[in-house]
Structure formats: structure tokens, C-alpha cells
Design a protein around this ligand. Structure first.
Ligand SMILES: [Zn+2]
Ligand SMILES: [Zn+2]
Length: 359
């Protein structure tokens, strides 16, 4: 498609500009998506403030950020057209992690560790724009009953789902969700939908805790705010109180705060599984009592990205097993993307997840 579009160009930390640029030209193996809604991810915030480099050759812009998106098909490349896979107007979500499909990791289906991934909004132009080009293998049609706003959160929900699958919840088990941002609130619902008998939510702000209780958590703990009615300075004792005298058999930790992962080892008991899904700093280390861990046969897992779970995600949202509407708290127009990123980082207001609505 020829023509111009609006895009938000990230040049370097703290420098972002609203510009008119050419609509991207698609190759035979791509589709063009007219963007409708884009999630503001913690990693977008991190790139904007220069806390982490982009995955471009020199780690720098110019690049359009934004990798959590939904939209409609605006143009279909030669290969998907021949296969009859897409029509203009199809509603889709985007899997931004476009693996190479040819390396040893991809041969094994370990797409999340493919070293040749092109990541939309991280290594190639992303979704803070009116149009984005996507490999046809990474645009997935969404059910009619799923809104563009919810579909935009398919990528973080897919990551949360992969983490929950790694947690291997057995029917009736008590699951601790340690960290109550957007991903944590998704995990509360996913744990319940996956058979947890009880979900105990642990957070640092009552706002997140109240949200967790609203989306299905049974009990809650605030580990920071001494004025909170949920406050405790002894998480293990409180977990035992909530869990019939025992520590928890499962705990998932969706936060970059490594202290939460450390404490996850205190709130879980023998033969437990702890799964970490966060973005710690490169210096962070975990202290483990190795003898105690082996004698109690602990499992600690680390979940990264979202291989192979997108179909589950689509059905979980369409069926209402996961309600994302409670997680979306702030909306910004495309022109106000930079303001939105700054707001999500700097504002002290209660908030969980921001979306950019492209219209
Ligand atoms: Zn993200
Ligand atoms: Zn690969």
C-alpha cells in the first residue's frame, strides 16, 4: 500500500517524535496490519528511559516501539494470499517474536530462545504507528467476541500463560502469585482457570491487591505498606495461616524485584515449584540453601516469552476465563504515546496497564 502514515519515532532515550512517514511496503511473506490498540509494556518504558538497549544492530533508534498490538489486515502478501489465509479487514493480534524457523532451537520448537528472532518494536519497526508489517505466520485471527483492546494484550497474556504452564498446577493446589502488576493479575486468573484450589496474591500496594481480589484471588498479603490491613512482615507464617498450616506447593513470581523471588523460596514447601517471570537486573543473584533444596526436592523454573500458547490464549479470552478489561486502566491516543509512556513510569496515580488507541 502506498501513502503516508503517522508514527511515533523513538530516536534515543527521552527523544521521541510524532512524524509522517511512508507506509511500510510488505514482502511476499508478510501482511500489513492497520493498528487499533497497543499495550505500553514495561520494556517500552525501559527503552524510552535508556534502561535497556534496543535489539537493533547498534542498540539504538530510530525505531517505532510497541509490540503488544491488535488491528485489522490492510494488505495481504503473495504467499498468504495464495494460501487463502487472510482477507482485508480480518481482525488480528500480533505475535511480535518472529523466530527464524531454521536454527537448532527452532527445530526443537524452542522459538523463545531462537537467536535470530526479529522482534517487532524491539529489533524492527513496531506498533506505535498507524500500520505495521508482520510475517504472515505471526498475525493470528481473533474471535469476534474479543475486543481490540483485549486482543492487544494477547502477547503479555501469552507470556503469563507460558509461565503458568511451567508452574504445572495440579487440581486443587494453592498457588501464590507474588507480584500484582498486569501480568500478575493475568496469572491470578490463569491459575484459577488451570485448576488452583486457592490463589493467594502478594503485592506491595493495596490497589493491586484489591484488583487481584476482584479478579479471583482468595487471600492477599501486602509485604510493604504497614498501614495496609493486608500487611505482614512474616509471609511464610501468613501463607501457612491461609493454607491449612502448610507452606504453598506452587508460587509464581511475575516481577523484576528479585527480593520477591527470594521470598518465594520461604513461602513454598517440600516438593514445591517456583516459577520466575520477570526482568531482573544483570547483577541480581538468588541465594539458595542447596542442601535444604535437594532434601525437599524443590523445583525452580524460569519462564521466558511465549512459545506455543497463543491458541490457548485466544480461547481463554473468548470464553471469559480471563477478563482483561479490569487490567486496562489508562488509554492514550497515538499522538500522546510519549506522554503515556512517561505517565506509566512517573505518575504516582493508581494504575495497572496503559494502552495506546490508534484511530
Ligand atoms: Zn511486552
Ligand atoms: Zn531460529
Amino acid at each position: 500500500m502506498q501513502g503516508k502514515m503517522k508514527a511515533v519515532v523513538f530516536y534515543e532515550p527521552l527523544v521521541m517524535k510524532n512524524e509522517e512517514v511512508d507506509i511500510p511496503q510488505i514482502a511476499d511473506n508478510e501482511v500489513l496490519v492497520r493498528v487499533k490498540a497497543v499495550g505500553i509494556c514495561g520494556s517500552d518504558v525501559s527503552y524510552y528511559y535508556g534502561h535497556s538497549p534496543l535489539d537493533t544492530p547498534d542498540g539504538k533508534g530510530p525505531l517505532f516501539l510497541g509490540h503488544e498490538a491488535s488491528g485489522v489486515i490492510a494488505e495481504v502478501g503473495g504467499i498468504p494470499a495464495k494460501l487463502g489465509l487472510f482477507q482485508e479487514g480480518d481482525r488480528v493480534t500480533i505475535n511480535p517474536v518472529q523466530q527464524c524457523n531454521a536454527c537448532p532451537a527452532c527445530m526443537r520448537g524452542e522459538f523463545n530462545v531462537c537467536p535470530h528472532c526479529e522482534v517487532i518494536g524491539v529489533s524492527v519497526n513496531g506498533c506505535f504507528a498507524e500500520y505495521v508489517k508482520v510475517k504472515y505466520t505471526h498475525a493470528y485471527k481473533i474471535p469476534d467476541e474479543v475486543s481490540f483492546e483485549s486482543a492487544a494484550l494477547s502477547e503479555p497474556l501469552a507470556c503469563a500463560t507460558h509461565g503458568i504452564f511451567d508452574l504445572d498446577i495440579k487440581l486443587g493446589q494453592t498457588v501464590v502469585v507474588y507480584g500484582l502488576g498486569g501480568i500478575g493479575l493475568m496469572m491470578v486468573q490463569l491459575a484459577k482457570a488451570s485448576g488452583a484450589g486457592k490463589v493467594i496474591a502478594i503485592g506491595v500496594r493495596d490497589y493491586g491487591i484489591e484488583k487481584a481480589l476482584a479478579v479471583g484471588a482468595d487471600d492477599a498479603i501486602n509485604v510493604r505498606d504497614k498501614n495496609s490491613k493486608y500487611y505482614t512482615d512474616d509471609t511464610a507464617a501468613k501463607i501457612k495461616e491461609f493454607n491449612g498450616g502448610e507452606l504453598a506447593p506452587r508460587c509464581i513470581v511475575p516481577t523484576s524485584n528479585i527480593a520477591a523471588l527470594q521470598d518465594a523460596l520461604n513461602v513454598t514447601g517440600p516438593c514445591s515449584t517456583v516459577t520466575y517471570f520477570g526482568l531482573p537486573s544483570p547483577e541480581d543473584r538468588l541465594q539458595i540453601d542447596v542442601l535444604g533444596a535437594i532434601q525437599s526436592e524443590r523445583t525452580i523454573r524460569f519462564a521466558w516469552l511465549a512459545p506455543g500458547v497463543w491458541d490457548n490464549v485466544s480461547h481463554a479470552v473468548a470464553s471469559g476465563q480471563v477478563d482483561l478489561s479490569q487490567i486496562i486502566t489508562n488509554r492514550f491516543t497515538l499522538d500522546r504515546t510519549e506522554e503515556g509512556i512517561r505517565y506509566m513510569k512517573e505518575s504516582k496515580d493508581d494504575k495497572i496497564k496503559g494502552l495506546v488507541i490508534v484511530d
